[in-house]
Design a protein around this ligand. Structure first.
Ligand code: HEM
Length: 144
């Protein structure tokens, strides 16, 4: 499987393609929440852990917001819009220091969580393509 991390210039906004909705059908909402939970738990042991809430209850709420969004982007119920409003994710990430190396850590943790789902290769690749491209939208510090 070819899960590379794309390189982009600062401020680039490459076109994002939504992930294959069959990934949600394959894993179910609970499976998506479990994958997001694993991603967050991996980040909590990573060099970007300080970006996330240190308090357990707040950390769990952060998982919930993220999994609500992932279920929605995969064509499921609009949990995120209902609970948080319009995603406007680049704007919501602005208060946080998101660097190129931070993106790499975020994606590397996702790669592990994704592979552990044991979903079919084409579904993993489609979700990876989505986060690989969209994650550059969140980078808000130009230093490489
Ligand atoms: C570039 C790598 C990324 C980093 C370092 C990062 C980091 C963060 C941080 C620090 C938060 C706030 C934690 C909290 O909710 O308390 C957050 C929230 C969130 N992130 Fe990211 N993120 C990245 C990329 C992405 C991508 C690509 C997506 C979507 C595909 C995404 C979706 C979300 C969502 C939905 C939230 C919750 C926003 C809210 O409602 O408050 N993030 N992220």
């Amino acid at each position: 499987m070819d899960l590379q991390i794309n390189e982009y210039k600062f401020g680039e906004r490459p076109t994002v393609t939504r992930p294959n909705m069959e990934f949600l059908q394959f894993l179910g909402e609970d499976g998506i929440r479990a994958m997001v939970s694993r991603h967050y738990d991996l980040m909590r042991q990573s060099p970007i852990k300080k970006l996330f809430p240190s308090e357990d209850a707040e950390f769990e709420k952060a998982k919930l917001r993220s999994s609500d969004f992932m279920i929605q982007i995969l064509g499921g119920p609009e949990h995120y819009n209902r609970n948080q409003g319009q995603p406007l994710l680049a704007k919501r990430h602005r208060p946080f220091t998101i660097t190129y190396p931070g993106r790499t850590v975020w994606l590397t943790c996702y790669k592990q969580a994704l592979l552990e789902t044991n979903a079919p290769e084409h579904l993993i690749e489609s979700f990876w393509d989505y986060i690989n491209v969209f994650s550059i939208w969140m980078v808000n510090i130009p230093d490489k």
